[in-house]
Write a protein that binds this ligand. Sequence first.
Ligand SMILES: [Fe+2]
Length: 380
Amino acid sequence: MKSFDIRTKIYFGENSLDRLANIPYNRAFIITDPFVVKSGMLQMITMRLQDGYTEYEVFSDVVPDPPLEKIELGVKALLNYNPDCVIAVGGGSAIDSAKSIREFASRASDKIPALIAIPTTSGTGSEVTSFAVVTDPSKDIKYPLVSDSMLPTEAILDAALVKSVPAAVTADTGMDVLTHAIEAYVSINNNEFSAALAEKAIEICGTFLLRSYLDNNDTHARQKMHIASCLAGLAFNSASLGLNHGMAHALGGKFHIPHGRANAMLLPFIIEYNSGITIHSKSQKEYPPCVRKYVNVAKLLGCSNFNEITTVRALISWVQFMNKEMNIPLTVSQCGIDRTEYFNAIDSMADKAISDSCTATNPKVPTKLEVISVFEHLYG
Ligand SMILES: [Fe+2]
């Protein structure tokens, strides 16, 4: 038996931030990062809270790849303020921090505040998922936390907040959206509902990702990518992800490559690995079932070819083309990482990738040697 639900109420479109003037809460604890404060985005939130007579306190100590020590600080501050609502404002790190802080605080209190997630990048989909990633810097490891109790109560998708996102961030986060959608689509936990959401997210990425990268005044494209990010989040919240994310967590944890960029670099290699397409081809009927799904992905992106094998090849080329066009490195060596240091880390990264919870739903069960081989090829 399977089930599917969307528990987060989603407000989207023009002026959706106005929802904040009408929330049924009195004390809001805002969790955000210093950039949101400096850029004036925080003020767009607080002025609406004031309009609705909601008191607030701001915790702006969020850093990228949220470490456990910052989560602990946030838990103390939240318990001290005793809010009836937590508002997360920022990229994946801010929303993941807010989810973790609220989750840990709820274990020390009988009161669980509501959670409103307001993304300021179009990437993680964290505003509608029960996942959060926290980092233990002492072990160079990222831990995905998964619990339905971390699902936000509300999400607000207002594209006014993504207008000034720099091009490099648009590229990295946009490729993260595409990776979420494709991994959810081929996951062993996929279902008709997650597939429908993933297909729409893939279609939007195909039409609007490059546009939003090339022109940050293209507000229509940015609005579409903001929605695609949420759709892909809903898809993987139901179907989960795969080896791409398992390896990206290990790589990002060790070498601090931005999450979306690590996924973008890995994506062509993972499609090739999962589909089992090599130069020494088997007959078409021996290809695994995920090949047909990759063919559907290629069709949605407008790059189908004359048979299944060449279509999956065309999909891989399309992803590489997107990476090149958006100045995303194709290999680890292009990131300037030392070869010896990288190869020395491969064995431990492979262990972490295999034990990562995302890897469990990959369409092909990877062996450690196979993961090592992909990491080796990824160096370039
Ligand atoms: Fe991701």
